[in-house]
Design a protein around this ligand. Sequence first.
Ligand code: ASP
Length: 333
Amino acid sequence: MDRKHFLKISSVGLGSIGLPSFSPSAQKPIMVSTWDSGMKVNDAGWKILSANGTALDAIEAGGNFIENQNDCCVGLKGYPDRDGIVTLDACVMDHLSNCGAVAGIERIKHPISVARKVMEKTPHVLMVGAGAQQFALENGFPLESGELSDDAKKAYANWLKTSKYEPVINIENKKENGPFAPSFFEDGTLNHDTMGMLALDTHNNICGGVTTSGMAFKMHGRVGDSPVIGAGLFVDNEVGAATSSGLGEEVIRICGTHLVVEFMRQGYRPEMACKKAVQRIVNRDRKKAKTLQVGFLAINKKGQVGAYAVQTGFVYSIRTNNQNEIIKSKFLI
Ligand code: ASP
């Protein structure tokens, strides 16, 4: 089915701020993922969650699914950096606050699984670049080809026509240059981004994960928010969890997802918690905020869900026993 046909504006999502985004009763299991591509990611996770599996396994399955696709923004077929190299970032965080992450890893197909191994097999949280790749190889992950996908080759060649190799601030935000314009392509697909996933399982445990090729045409070595715990992902099993997509630097600056979870700890429902974090970004520099996109997605311990973005265009996918759809996020400016 055409993805556009899935797209619905949640009637409750348009309700007053502070009201629950969904039914106030606890709903579990539940899986939510950023963007419309999250629908299929949720399908992969749902097979595990609906069979009383763990949120962690569901998150990894969802991440692996999207890492196998021909996606502009996740996995080895994603868009490269300015040097024409695809570098991947990923992380996971579980209900015990265990976490693992990799950043700038090359030629490894499933960075989210490597992140899980970092969490489970090392005393560390974050491994980067060549060391992360070495760790992956030592743990049986095959070394893949470094060749760009056909789509990525085209996009890179196009980008090279107009772009110089210099760190031009906000160049990624320009519609013609990167995936950050909060808009739809002509075929109706969204011009986006990172896969952030949150799940609450039947054991009452919350886990999250993120996987991405990061900002297209980023400087080689640049790391965004996605693999940074507290920025691209934060989980507190007593309170809830949050993930983000969009211009990572803005999220890192405010420890975005940690902030969202802390707002939920103070009693704010997920949508309001996300809104307050977005507000923090916008208040810092409203003019700049008009040129960028950040979206937060959050879930609380009751299985209530909410999202908020700087601008229009952010959507997320939700899967519960009663719901399987794409929801448009509200936005601030
Ligand atoms: N947040 C990611 C980054 O900054 C990009 C994205 O969401 O697409 O690398």
